[in-house]
Design a protein around this ligand. Structure first.
Ligand code: CMP
Length: 140
């Protein structure tokens, strides 16, 4: 296994409930390390650009509005097999199908307001990390 980095977003439904620390604790207990982090409010351009891959989906406009509706915390998580590990810690996109103990089972409100985003593959991780972070901001 290789040490990887992945992009994580703690979404507005979670910042609104002041549970960012609880979520970060699950990443850390799951073996991942926060090597970059910032809290920001996404612009329309950022939200649309980040989720451009979903542009044709029926939920796209709602998703963009939701992601702009409050602060987010964007992070780079690092660890062995971090991309897959993060997806295990987050659980299924749909909280109804997520395993017990996962972030989405514990905290997600529904399939859209699902508390966290994580990159799904090495190429997406690289693109998504570069979307938010300059290399100088990532400190392992
Ligand atoms: P995320 O992992 O950030 O990737 C795309 C996001 O779109 C997803 O989490 C959800 O927030 C949202 N999403 C995915 N599928 C649906 C759906 N069927 N209905 C509403 N929102 C969805």
């Amino acid at each position: 296994m290789a040490v990887e980095q992945t992009l994580s977003i703690i979404k507005p439904d979670a910042t609104a409930r002041n549970i960012t620390g609880k979520i970060i604790n699950l990443f850390e207990e799951g073996g991942l390390r926060v090597v970059a982090q910032k809290r920001l409010r996404l612009s329309k351009e950022q939200a649309e650009g980040f989720y451009a891959v979903h542009k044709e989906r029926p939920f796209y406009n709602d998703l963009v509005s939701f992601m702009m509706s409050g602060p987010v915390v964007v992070q780079v998580l690092e660890g062995e097999n971090a991309i897959l590990r993060n997806r295990e810690i987050m659980g299924n996109t749909n909280p109804d199908e997520a395993d017990p103990g996962t972030i989405r089972k514990l905290f997600a409100e529904n399939i859209e307001r699902n508390s966290v985003h994580g990159s799904d593959a090495p190429e997406t991780a690289a693109t998504e990390i570069a979307f938010f972070f300059d290399p100088s901001e990532i400190v392992g």
